[in-house]
Design a protein around this ligand. Structure first.
Ligand code: SF4
Length: 346
């Protein structure tokens, strides 16, 4: 009879220790295997050379090690790298390495496809198939860290959850992956270098505040006027701006962390003075930073980057209201790796 073997990486260290004890072995063996799985990145039981052959065979009989595989890797002229990552069940997600002079950032996916339907986003055209497991998120980071060392001679410095999917709709797994990324038994990265970017799920933002998370929060806002935001991000009807704002006030009261807003200015959609005034009003309750992101059209449709005069107006008005502004140029456009372009096209 065929039994489905469990993915050994779904077990915590304690569960692995218990497993070995239940087999009449020492709990310590669990620590050794855990180290092979997470610190040494073993892809097979065979590779665990300080574990006896009998034990490795016993593990082989009971478990599998589900690893991601980088199916294709594309390199952009500007140094950006995009990975199409094949999961153990054949599904594919994408992750991106963005190098700049001062940092190398991994943009990772949290879901296969996305259930939200932001109209400017290529990922939205892919049906949401499933959430990623913690190890699948972790593996994307490890793969990008290796590529960063190989092609840019430096390790990864930052991570943003801004790839495919809405991370707060896969909250528990994202949290477990971040635990692993920040743990000395994993990659040992500082949580301050990790940003979880959400389209704004109010009750999950409050939960993050209650959970005392130490990573940073960014909100893809794109409009502070309900009518406009609903027209480009239809879930805004379910989670309107007033609810989002209340959740962010709660977050700020608990964490005292500056809130970052991701914001694209599109021609004819949100490029008027009333749009920037509404944004100023929305931001007022807490220290805020607005990233104005250059847009990469996903087709010839209605979403086109606004004229530079509109961006200048945003910058001037925001700065006059003591709101920090950065203008983020897009990277990796030639390989469809820029923001909003991830759609498994490679
Ligand atoms: S922008 Fe983010 S939340 Fe919206 S559809 Fe795309 S992947 Fe999903």
């Amino acid at each position: 009879m065929n039994t489905i073997k469990k993915d050994i990486r779904a077990l915590t260290k304690e569960q692995l220790r218990d497993f070995f004890e239940s087999q009449g072995d020492k709990a310590f063996r669990g620590n050794q295997v855990y180290e092979w799985l997470w610190q040494k990145g073993a892809h097979t039981f065979e590779a665990m050379t300080n574990i006896s052959k009998e034990t490795r065979q016993m593990l082989e009989a009971n478990f599998v090690i589900n690893h991601i595989r980088v199916d294709t890797m594309q390199r952009s002229n500007d140094g950006t790298i995009k990975n199409a990552v094949r999961l153990h069940d054949g599904l594919i997600v994408e992750s991106v390495l963005i190098p700049t002079a001062s940092r190398t950032t991994a943009c990772v996916s949290s879901q296969v496809g996305c259930s939200l339907d932001c109209r400017f986003c290529a990922t939205a055209r892919l049906k949401r198939m499933r959430n990623l497991n913690p190890d699948e998120i972790y593996d994307q980071v490890v793969a990008i860290d290796s590529e960063s060392k190989l092609y840019h001679n430096r390790p990864l410095s930052n991570i943003v959850f801004m790839g495919m999917g809405e991370p707060l709709m896969n909250y528990n797994n994202v949290l477990k992956a971040i635990d692993k990324i920040t743990s000395p038994e994993g990659l040992g990265m500082s949580p301050k270098r990790i940003v979880v970017s959400t389209s704004g799920v109010p009750k999950m933002i409050k939960k993050m505040a209650d959970d005392n998370v130490r990573f940073k929060l960014a909100v893809s806002l794109h409009s502070a006027i309900d009518e406009v935001r609903t027209s480009i991000m239809p879930f805004n009807e379910t989670f309107p701006l007033a609810d989002l704002r209340e959740a962010l006030e709660y977050w700020y009261a608990k964490t005292k962390n500056t809130i970052t807003y991701e914001y694209v200015v599109w021609e004819g959609i949100n490029d008027q003075r009333k749009d920037v005034d509404a944004l100023v009003q929305f931001c007022k309750f807490a220290p805020s930073k607005v990233n104005l992101i250059e847009y990469n059209p996903i087709d010839d449709g209605e979403f086109q980057q606004a004229k530079s005069e509109a961006i200048d107006m945003y910058q001037k008005v925001l700065e006059a209201n003591n709101i920090t502004v950065t203008i983020r140029r897009s990277r990796g456009k030639d390989i469809d790796a820029a923001c909003g372009q991830l759609a498994n096209k490679s």
